[in-house]
Design a protein around this ligand. Structure first.
Ligand code: FMN
Length: 220
C-alpha cells in the first residue's frame, strides 16, 4: 500500500514540474516592442535638424554691388570718396550742381552769398546737373558731402528725395573744418524715407586710407 502511494506521489510531482517548466520561458517574448518605440522617436528629431540647416544657408551667400555717391564743392569730399571706392572696389557717382558753385557762392562770411541763402532755408532744393544714376544691383551706398553751416548742403536733400533706397544699406560720411556729422545724416535719412541708414562718420581732408579701411571694416 505504501509503495502504491509513493508511486502516485512521484507521478504527481513529475507532472507538476513539467507544467511549471513550460510557463517560465514566455516573458522573454514580451520585450520586442522596445525597438519599435526607439525607431519612432529618432526619425522626427533628425528631420527637424536637417530642415533647419538647409533653410539658413542660401541667404548668407548673396552680395550686391557697392556705390560711392558724393557731392564736393572744393575737392575734399571727392578725395575721401575716391579712397572709399578704391578700398571697397565700389563704383563712384558725383552729384554736380546744375549751376556750379563759385568762390563767391561759397563765401560763408557773406550772409547774402548763395550758400548762406540756401542753408538758411531748409526747404530749398538745389538743382542737380549730373545725369541720374541707376541704383539697380546696388545693396550698399556710401553717401558723402561737406558740412555747410553744421548741416548737409541742400543738394544732398534733392538727391535723397529723388531715389528709392529700399533694400540698400546707406552709409553717410562727410568732411568739414572741425564740425561733426551732427544732424545732417538724420536729415538725409528722414528726407529719403527709404533705405537702411547707418550712423554717419566725419572725416578731415587728411584722413588716410588706413583710417578709412579701419572704419569700413568696423561697419561689418
Ligand atoms: C558755405 C560753407 C559752410 C561751411 N560750414 C562749415 C561748418 O559749419 N563747420 C565746419 O567744420 N566746416 C564748415 N565748412 C568747411 C567745409 O565743411 C570743409 O572745408 C569741407 O571739407 C569742404 O568739402 P568739399 O571740398 O568737398 O566741398 C564750410 C564751408 C563752406 C563753403
Amino acid at each position: 500500500m505504501k509503495k502504491l502511494l509513493a508511486i502516485i506521489l512521484t507521478l504527481l510531482l513529475v507532472l507538476g514540474l513539467a507544467a511549471c517548466g513550460g510557463s517560465s520561458e514566455e516573458p522573454a517574448e514580451e520585450s520586442t516592442p522596445e525597438t519599435t518605440a526607439e525607431a519612432e522617436t529618432e526619425t522626427p528629431t533628425d528631420d527637424a535638424e536637417e530642415e533647419g540647416t538647409e533653410a539658413t544657408e542660401p541667404e548668407t551667400s548673396e552680395e550686391g554691388k557697392t556705390l560711392v555717391v558724393y557731392f564736393s564743392a572744393t575737392g575734399t569730399t571727392k578725395g575721401v570718396a575716391e579712397k572709399i571706392a578704391a578700398i571697397t572696389g565700389a563704383d563712384i557717382y558725383e552729384i554736380e550742381a546744375a549751376q556750379e558753385y563759385t568762390s563767391d557762392d561759397l563765401n560763408y562770411n557773406d550772409p547774402n552769398s548763395r550758400t548762406s541763402m540756401e542753408q538758411d532755408d531748409s526747404d530749398f532744393r538745389t538743382e542737380i546737373g549730373s545725369d541720374p544714376v541707376s541704383l539697380d544691383g546696388y545693396t550698399t551706398v556710401y553717401i558723402g558731402y561737406p558740412i555747410w553751416w553744421g548741416e548737409e548742403p541742400r543738394i544732398m536733400d534733392t538727391f535723397v528725395e529723388s531715389y528709392n533706397f529700399d533694400g540698400i544699406t546707406m552709409i553717410p560720411f562727410c568732411t568739414s573744418g572741425s564740425s561733426g556729422i551732427g544732424r545732417s545724416s538724420e536729415h538725409l535719412k528722414t528726407n529719403a524715407g527709404t533705405g537702411n541708414w547707418l550712423d554717419g562718420q566725419r572725416f578731415s581732408g587728411s584722413t588716410t586710407e588706413d583710417e578709412l579701411r579701419e572704419w569700413i571694416e568696423g561697419l561689418q
